[in-house]
Design a protein around this ligand. Sequence first.
Ligand code: ZN
Length: 144
Amino acid sequence: MILLNSEKLVESAKEAREHACSDISGFKVGAALLTKSGSIFLGCNIEDPSGIGVTNICAVRCAIIKALSEGHRDFEALAVVGGTDDLVSCTPCGVCRQYLNSFCRDITIICLENGEIREYTINELLPHPFSETFQHYPPTLPQG
Ligand code: ZN
C-alpha cells in the first residue's frame, strides 16, 4: 500500500498537462494515475487536429489506457487538473467517469477545484453508472 500524497499526484498531473495537444479548444488537461505498486502513469488530452471530435481522447482515459496496456490493474488514486491558461476547476468528464468506474472503481479521485484539492470516490462522481451486470439484463424469465 502506497501512502497517498495528493499534492505530489496533483503536481504530476500538472506536468502531464504540459504535453496536452489542445490547439482546438485551448483547454489543457493533465492526469496522473497512481498504481498500488507505486507507479505513476501520466495522461494529457489529445485533440485530433482534423477536428473529428470523436477521435479526441481525454487526459484521464489516456493515463488509464497507458497503465492498462502495460499490464497494471490495481490502482490507488488519480489526479486531474485542467484549464486554458491558468488552472480552473476540473473534474473527469462523463465518459471518463464511466471508464473510471469500469477499470479503477475503488480509487481516490483527486481534483483541483478553485485551487483547492478535493477528493472523491467514483460513487460520488457517478452514482448510477452503466454496469457490466446490465449485460445479463433482462433476466431470463422462468418457463411455464
Ligand atoms: Zn474525459
